[in-house]
Ligand binder design. Structure first.
Ligand SMILES: [Zn+2]
Length: 332
């Protein structure tokens, strides 16, 4: 009798696994209702092992997700966690849902747990959660509390540009211009290559406090550290142009082209400066270059269908994969 019973249990066990798989097949065949039915029936069985329960709940999570029943999907994930609090699948699934719903506090708790399990540190993302929370407070008209969150974000991630921008913006809205300028400037200090994120802001800020010259100085500082900094160079050139210092503007546009010959904006600037200085022939020459660049850009490139090699001109036999007649025009 014992052997019979053991056989039956074994049979039953295999049965459960088979049904979980069957449901999975139905789901993948785009029949999530039927999949849900199969998996749900399994939950009424007795003597399920913890492992089986977990498997069934995981399947249910997928069914509910496909049926766009997020609330039930979350319930399934939470039930998995009552069986195994460290289940990565359930934790990850919950995290995804909470991120989608913008539930940043809950998401933080789970992400910290996952970090601990995986031995990683997603401080960058935890910091962004804080920024999002703070932004909600600012939108609700509470910039003071919002800023506390932004500062917590910086505490979690010293490089959290979103936080510096948000603090600067909120100070600017409260007319605390020097404070705004201070925080925006930190973006440049931390990530010179991302400086253009704050150019417009700083320009406005410096203008309102009557320190317009400091804007040019900020850009000059960037260029001293990195003469190839394209956005700073173009911004400074344009700044000089607006001030009427056409010679300086022209020099900056030329310098930009020395480092970035493909910069359309630099070439357009140089064209304008030549034109303004009455150098018709030089302007004409630059204009022809611009036309050439524009035509190339509009026409796009050619790409091998077989190996995805890009080419600037039409090729009839691919130099990489040797395919014949495999190139097609692609828009850039
Ligand atoms: Zn090829």
């Amino acid at each position: 009798a014992f052997i019979k019973l053991k056989e039956a249990v074994t049979l039953d066990t295999e049965n459960v696994d088979a049904y979980v798989r069957l449901g999975g097949i139905l789901r993948r065949a785009k029949k999530p209702e039927q999949a849900l039915q199969v998996h749900r029936d399994l939950t009424f069985r007795h003597n399920l092992t913890a492992e089986q329960k977990q498997e069934i709940l995981t399947a249910l999570y997928h069914d509910f997700t496909d049926l766009k029943d997020d609330a039930s999907a979350i319930r399934a994930a939470n039930e998995i966690l009552t069986i195994n609090p460290n289940d990565r699948f359930a934790l990850t699934a919950l995290l995804r849902t909470q991120e989608k719903a913008g539930e940043w506090k809950e998401a933080s708790v789970i992400r910290r747990k996952l970090d601990k399990l995986d031995g990683v540190d997603s401080g960058r993302i935890l910091a962004l959660y804080k920024v999002f929370e703070g932004e909600e407070l600012v939108a609700q008209g509470d910039p003071h509390r919002g800023r506390l969150f932004f500062k917590e974000a910086i505490h979690l991630d010293k490089m959290c540009l979103a936080a510096y921008l948000a603090i600067g913006d909120s100070y600017f809205n409260e007319k605390r211009l020097e404070d705004a300028i201070g925080y925006w400037s930190k973006v440049i200090t931390l990530r010179p290559d991302m400086g253009h994120l704050v150019f417009e802001r700083l320009k406005k800020g410096f203008f309102e406090v009557g320190r317009y010259g400091d804007y040019a100085e900020t850009l000059t500082g960037l260029l001293q550290a990195d003469p190839a900094h394209l956005t700073a160079r173009l911004e400074l050139a344009y700044f000089m142009e607006k001030k009427g210092e056409m010679g300086a503007a022209r020099d900056h546009y030329s310098a930009a082209l020395d480092h970035h010959p493909d910069s359309m904006l630099a070439r357009l600037g140089l064209y304008r400066m030549n034109w303004a200085a009455g150098k018709r022939e030089a302007a004409d020459a630059v204009f022809k270059q611009i036309m050439k660049m524009a035509v190339k850009r509009e026409a796009g490139n050619f790409r091998c269908k077989t190996c995805s090699l890009d080419a600037e001109t039409m090729i009839w036999r691919c130099p990489r994969c040797r395919a014949i007649d495999s190139f097609e025009p692609v828009k850039s």
